[in-house]
Design a protein around this ligand. Structure first.
Ligand code: ADQ
Length: 473
């Protein structure tokens, strides 16, 4: 395979992700500018990017538009075009209606369509080719997430000189579920093109190793897989985290502190404020959590004059059928709970279907007493860690699903089985009423964990392991 190298861009560190780390904004005078999106990944990789003349290859978010590479804050941005049809088939279809539910324990039925798969292959090839064009000889390329699982192999074929890492942000399912996928072989081989494949949890890496051992003619020794051509891919866990210090400091600013007090006042100064923050997604267990709260209020175990539950849900994937359906169901559930337990001037449940700036998120985390994180399955769940990082004193409680990746590290949270409504109910009650000493003991351990293992620790350990892998021949 031959690649024509880009004459303008030649980077020694390249990130490849479905989306670019910048959003287009229209400024007051009507001109167009790019603003760095505030995600943790960007923050974590910024130092590496700047030190190594980094480039980021990704889609810019608008269909049917081709853009030239440009500089943004020391990073070369390399936009990859997608057509309207590709957004529907590769992104909304194969990525979000096939892989997403399949990898999350089939909590919704995955849809298998051959034309979606064809689009997935086509788009993955485009990303791989673009990455091959902009990578300097011997460069390190880090491919992100489930939308691009074929890129490692495609890229290695084009550019055997590169060092290729891959990180999966969502769970990797047990073999028994993964093997439903008609294209299971292509996906596993796609991933094996990397030198290092990162997962959120050791269990996910184990699932992957078990899969390739059973289904492919490869040699597996501990965490290393040797392919017939001699290439070695290593599979290992790197639990992702957040910019803990950044969140902590943000929550301490006078503006955010003042806003957090204001939030509690506006809520009628409740004795206990519960908080849920999620992308509106059926994996997040929002229905189960609201139902549990509603029942506690209806049964008089929580007094609607004393408690309030604030549920924030970011609009997400609204063109995927399953998500529109979920939104309607939650609207109905919220209406029912408030209709039954509300009084004039007081609703026990405050539901916000919107996205907020980081400052507002930090203010909400600081204002809350009990953070409620109940996904049915989640790769990690950063919200749980953001809550812990934003806490000041040792008060506050984190209720956390056993099925969130975060539960693996945040052992001192109040754990629940999100499928067990009675368990959620009694744990919400306990977290609201537990002694200050118990809460403080748990919170101190959680905080230490979140500060010792932040996002730069995550990026550094992945990249130094990738660096340590034997150089490609
Ligand atoms: P997500 O499924 O998006 O991420 P999560 O890890 O909770 O889930 O991250 C959500 C992010 O969005 C958080 O940083 C949160 O602050 C922000 N957010 C949520 N609601 C918001 C709102 N209303 N307004 C503004 N911001 C909001 C995927 C995987 C996770 C994994 C991450 C990172 O599904 O399991 O932890 O990637 O690897």
């Amino acid at each position: 395979a031959q690649v024509e190298r880009d004459t303008e861009v030649s980077a020694s560190f390249v990130v490849v992700a479905n989306r670019l780390p910048v959003d287009r904004v229209v400024t007051d005078d009507g001109s167009v500018a790019w603003r760095t999106s505030p995600g943790g990944l960007v923050t974590a990789l910024e130092p590496v990017m700047k030190k190594n003349e980094g480039a980021w290859v990704g889609w810019h978010g608008a269909p049917d538009e081709t853009l030239d590479p440009f500089e943004d804050g020391g990073i070369t941005i390399v936009p990859v075009p997608l057509s309207t049809n590709e957004v529907a088939e590769y992104y909304e279809g194969f990525s979000n209606a096939t892989l997403w539910p399949l990898y999350h324990d089939v909590v919704a039925p995955p849809a298998f369509h051959r034309e979606w798969w064809d689009a997935y292959v086509r788009v993955n090839r485009r990303f791989a080719e673009r990455a091959a064009q902009v990578s300097d000889t011997g460069a390190t390329v880090w491919v992100q997430d489930y939308q691009l699982q074929l890129v490692p192999q495609m890229l290695r074929e084009l550019r055997p000189d590169l060092r290729i890492g891959f990180f999966l942000h969502i769970p990797f399912p047990p073999v028994e579920l993964f093997q439903q996928l008609p294209w299971r072989r292509q996906i596993s081989e796609g991933l094996l093109g990397a030198d290092l494949i990162g997962f959120q949890l050791p269990g996910a890496a184990q699932n992957f190793l078990r899969l390739v051992r059973q289904r492919l003619s490869v040699q597996v020794r501990r965490d290393r897989v040797t392919l017939p051509d001699g290439h070695v891919a290593r599979a290992k866990a790197y639990p992702i985290s957040i910019d803990s210090r950044g969140f902590h400091d943000l929550a301490r600013t006078p503006e955010v502190t003042a806003r957090s007090h204001e939030i509690r006042r506006d809520l009628g100064s409740p004795k206990v404020m519960f908080l849920g923050v999620d992308r509106l997604d059926y994996t997040k267990g929002i229905k189960q959590r609201l139902r549990a709260f509603g029942e506690l209020v209806a049964e008089g175990r929580l007094d609607p004059d004393e408690v309030v539950f604030v549920q924030v849900a970011t609009p997400s994937r609204e063109r995927v059928e399953e998500y529109r359906h979920l939104r309607d169901e939650i609207d109905m559930l919220v209406g029912r709970i408030n209709g039954e337990a509300g009084r004039i001037g007081r609703s026990p449940l405050v539901y916000l279907h919107a996205s907020f700036p980081r400052e507002e998120m930090a203010a909400m985390y600081s204002a809350a007493d009990v953070m409620v994180v109940t996904p049915l399955r989640d790769g990690m769940n950063l919200v749980a860690k953001e809550f812990v990082a934003c806490r000041d004193g040792d008060n506050g409680a984190l209720v956390l699903s056993e099925f969130a990746g975060a539960a693996y590290e945040l052992k001192q949270a109040y754990k629940i089985n999100p499928y067990d409504i009675n368990d959620i109910k009694s744990t919400l009650e306990l977290a609201a009423n537990d002694s200050e000493a118990n809460k403080a003991r748990r919170m101190r351990t959680l905080r230490k964990q979140v500060f010792d293992n932040d996002i730069s620790h995550w990026a550094d350990s992945f990249l130094s392991d990738l660096d340590a892998e034997v150089s490609p021949e």
